[in-house]
Design a protein around this ligand. Structure first.
Ligand code: NAG
Ligand code: NAG
Ligand code: NAG
Ligand code: NAG
Ligand code: NAG
Ligand code: NAG
Ligand code: NAG
Ligand code: NAG
Length: 539
C-alpha cells in the first residue's frame, strides 16, 4: 500500500471513455417485419419471402413468430448466417388492418434482413431493431413512374398508388397520418395498417404514441417494357439535423435509367432529378434514391461505420458499393484481404471516393482498419435490381478486424498509485492497458487523444519491473519487444512502474516512476473480433 494516498485523490472530468458517442449499428434482439404484396395477388406464382439472420455470438437462440403459425426456434453460432423461408400466406393482400406480421426475438444481438421474392421481382430491406424505431416519420414524395403513377386506381395493382405499411412494435398505439386531412388508426401490438398514398391527401408525416416501423412500397411499379416489380424500403425515423448523403456513380451509371432523389424535410418535400456531377446532397431527415426497379435508402455521413456483413440472396452478381475518404482507401478489407484492383472513383468536389466490388464468395464481411465508410449491397437477378445499406456489425474501427465488441479505452477518474489504479480498473472489469506493439499503440493513442481531459498529463500503464529479475513485463504477459520509452528512460533506481506522458510533444512516451505516485490509469478491455463460422450453405 502507498501511505497517504488519499490525499492525492483527484477527480477529473467525465467523458473519459472511447466508446461513448458512437452511431447506431444494425444489431438488436427484437425486430418486426411485414411482406408487402409482390407484383399482384393474382400473379400465378407463390411468393418466396425470407429473412436472413446473422448471429454475432455463440448460443444465440432466435425465435421467429409468424402471425398465427407456430413459432420456430433455432440456436445459432457466432458468425453464422441463415435464411429462413416464411409461409407464403405471410404476403399482405389488400386489407388495411392486418395481423400478418413477423416478430423475431433473440437472446443476443443479431442482424436481420428481409427479402421479398416472387418470380423475377425481388426486393430486400435491412430491418431496424425495435429499440431503434421511432414514433415519428416523414413521408417521402412518390416518384413519377410512367404507366404506374399517371392514372392511379386501386383496381389494378400496376396502377395502384404507393403505400405506407405501418407496424406497431411492442405495444398497441394510435397512429396519426397527417396531411391535407388527418387520419387516425388504432393498432394493437404487432399489428399493421396499409395506407395508400393519394396525391390529393398531401400526406406529410406519421406520428404514433409508441414506436412503429414504416415501409414505403409499391407492389408493382413499372420497370421497363411493361414489366413491373415490387419496390420497397424501410423508412428511417424523422430527424431534424441536416446530414450529407453521398451518391456513388455506380448506382446511377446506366444511361437509360434516370435517377431521382426523394427528399422529405419537415417543411417541404422534393423530388430531385439526380445529376451525377453533383454527388452530394445535404438534407434533414433522410434521402431515398429511386431509379426504375430500385428504392434505396441512402446512408447519411453520420451513420458511416467500420464493419458490415454481406450475405447475398443469389450467388451471382452481388456487389458491394463502398464509399470511403480518399486518404483511407488502403484500410478497406473484404474478409481478410484488401479488395483486388479496386477502381476508386472520385465523388466530385468531395473528400470521398467510391468503388463497386463484385463479391466472389458466398458470404463476406467488409471492414476498415482505421476509418469509417459506407457500404451498400446491390444485387441483380435477371432484370431485377435490388439492394439495401449493408448491415452494420460495428461502428468502431480496429486494425485487427471487425469489432463485434469494440475495445474499451478509459482514463480513470481517480489519480492514485499504480497498484490501486490496477484495482480501480479491475473493479470495472477492465485492466491496466498493455501496449505490446506499435500498431496497437497507435490505435490506443488515437483513442486517448479523443477522450483525454487536458488536466491529465501522466497516466499509469500496465507495465512494471519484476522485483526478482529487474526485467520489465506487461500485465497481460505479452513480450516486451516494441517499446516507447522516452529518450534516456527508464532512468530511476526506484522506478518500478511505467508511466506514460500525455503532454503535447511527448508522443505518449514512457518513463519509469515510483509506483506510489498518484496518477490516473488507462483502463482497457480487448476487442472481440467477428469471424465467420459454419460454411455450410444457407437455407
Ligand atoms: C437455447 O436453446 C437451447 C436448445 O433449445 C437450450 O438448451 C438453451 O437453454 C437455450 N438458451 C437460452 C439462453 O435460452
Ligand atoms: C387480429 O388479432 C386480433 C386479436 O389479437 C383479433 O381480434 C382481430 O380480429 C385480428 N384482426 C385481423 C384483421 O385479423
Ligand atoms: C433469379 O431468381 C430465381 C428465383 O425467383 C432463381 O430461380 C434464378 O436462378 C435467379 N437467377 C439468377 C441469375 O440468379
Ligand atoms: C384520391 O382522392 C380523391 C379526392 O378525395 C378521390 O376522388 C380519388 O378517388 C382518390 N384516389 C384514389 C386512388 O383513392
Ligand atoms: C449538372 O450540374 C452541373 C454543375 O452544377 C451543371 O453544369 C449541369 O448543367 C447539370 N446538368 C444537368 C443535366 O442538370
Ligand atoms: C488527406 O491527405 C491530404 C494530403 O495528403 C492532407 O492534406 C489531409 O490533411 C488528409 N486528410 C485527412 C482527414 O487525413
Ligand atoms: C474497488 O471496489 C471495492 C468494492 O466496491 C471498493 O471497496 C474499493 O475501494 C474499490 N477500489 C478502487 C481502487 O476503486
Ligand atoms: C486481443 O484481441 C485480438 C483480436 O482477437 C487478439 O489477436 C489479441 O491476441 C488479444 N490480446 C490479448 C492480450 O489477449
Amino acid at each position: 500500500m502507498c501511505p497517504g494516498l488519499l490525499l492525492f485523490l483527484l477527480l477529473a472530468a467525465l467523458n473519459s471513455e472511447s466508446t461513448a458517442k458512437l452511431p447506431e449499428d444494425s444489431t438488436g434482439t427484437k425486430f418486426i417485419a411485414a411482406f408487402p404484396e409482390n407484383i399482384a395477388y393474382y400473379y400465378p406464382v407463390q411468393p418466396e419471402n425470407k429473412i436472413q439472420i446473422t448471429a454475432l455470438y455463440d448460443n444465440t437462440n432466435v425465435t421467429i413468430q409468424m402471425h398465427t403459425f407456430n413459432p420456430t426456434t433455432e440456436t445459432m453460432r457466432a458468425g453464422q448466417s441463415k435464411d429462413f423461408v416464411l409461409h407464403s400466406r405471410m404476403e399482405l393482400r389488400k386489407s388495411q388492418i392486418s395481423n400478418k406480421t413477423l416478430v423475431i426475438t433473440s437472446n443476443h444481438n443479431i442482424i436481420v434482413r428481409a427479402i421479398s421474392l416472387k418470380h423475377n421481382s425481388v426486393q430486400s430491406a435491412l430491418l431496424i431493431p425495435t429499440d431503434k424505431l421511432g414514433k415519428e416519420y416523414l413521408i417521402p414524395p412518390t416518384p413519377r413512374i410512367p404507366g404506374t403513377t399517371d392514372q392511379v386506381t386501386l383496381d389494378v395493382t400496376e396502377r395502384s398508388p404507393f403505400k405506407l405499411i405501418i407496424i406497431s412494435a411492442e405495444q398497441g398505439t394510435t397512429v396519426t397520418i397527417e396531411g391535407a386531412k388527418t387520419e387516425n388508426v388504432q393498432l394493437e401490438s404487432h399489428q399493421l395498417t396499409q395506407i395508400w398514398i393519394n396525391e390529393s391527401d398531401k400526406l406529410r408525416a406519421i406520428k404514433a404514441d409508441q414506436p412503429v416501423a414504416v415501409l414505403f412500397a409499391h407492389s408493382c411499379a413499372i420497370r421497363s417494357e411493361c414489366t413491373c416489380g415490387l419496390l420497397y424500403t424501410m423508412l428511417l425515423p424523422a430527424k431534424e439535423e441536416k446530414s450529407k448523403f453521398f451518391i456513388p456513380p455506380v448506382l446511377v451509371r446506366d444511361v437509360y435509367a434516370e435517377t431521382f432523389l426523394l427528399l422529405s424535410e419537415k417543411e417541404s418535400t422534393e423530388i430531385m432529378a439526380f445529376n451525377s456531377t453533383v454527388p452530394l446532397v445535404k438534407t434533414a431527415n433522410s434521402a431515398i434514391l429511386y431509379r426504375p426497379g430500385l428504392l434505396l435508402t441512402l446512408i447519411p455521413e453520420t451513420d458511416f461505420a467500420s464493419c458490415f456483413f454481406v450475405s447475398p440472396v443469389f450467388t451471382v452478381e452481388t456487389s458491394a458499393v463502398i464509399i470511403v475518404h480518399k486518404n483511407f482507401t488502403d484500410g478497406v478489407r473484404i474478409g481478410n484481404s484488401p479488395p483486388m484492383n479496386p477502381d476508386w472513383q472520385e465523388l466530385k468536389d468531395t473528400m470521398y471516393v467510391s468503388t463497386e466490388i463484385k463479391l466472389e464468395q458466398n458470404k463476406n464481411f467488409i471492414w476498415h482498419t482505421s476509418s469509417k465508410m459506407a457500404v451498400y449491397i446491390i444485387e441483380k437477378n435477371g432484370s431485377a435490381l435490388f439492394g439495401n445499406p449493408a448491415p452494420i456489425i460495428s461502428t468502431s474501427p480496429d486494425f485487427r478486424g471487425c469489432a463485434v465488441t469494440p475495445e474499451v479505452v478509459k482514463i480513470g477518474e481517480v489519480a492514485q498509485g499504480w497498484r490501486e489504479s490496477l484495482q480501480y480498473c479491475k473493479n470495472m472489469s477492465l485492466d491496466l492497458v498493455s501496449i505490446s506493439d506499435a500498431q496497437l499503440g497507435a490505435q490506443i493513442y488515437e483513442k486517448i487523444t479523443q477522450v483525454k481531459n487536458n488536466g491529465v498529463e501522466e497516466v499509469w500503464i500496465g507495465m512494471r519491473r519484476s522485483s526478482l529479475t529487474g526485467n520489465w513485463y506487461w500485465l497481460n504477459n505479452s513480450p516486451v519487444s516494441e517499446t516507447n520509452w522516452e529518450g534516456g528512460e527508464p532512468s530511476k533506481d526506484n522506478g518500478q512502474c511505467a508511466i506514460m506522458s500525455l503532454k503535447t510533444g511527448k508522443n505518449f512516451g514512457w518513463s519509469d516512476e515510483d509506483c506510489c505516485k498518484a496518477a490516473h490509469p488507462v483502463c482497457y478491455k480487448n476487442v472481440s473480433i467477428f469471424s465467420l463460422c459454419c460454411e455450410n450453405p444457407t437455407g
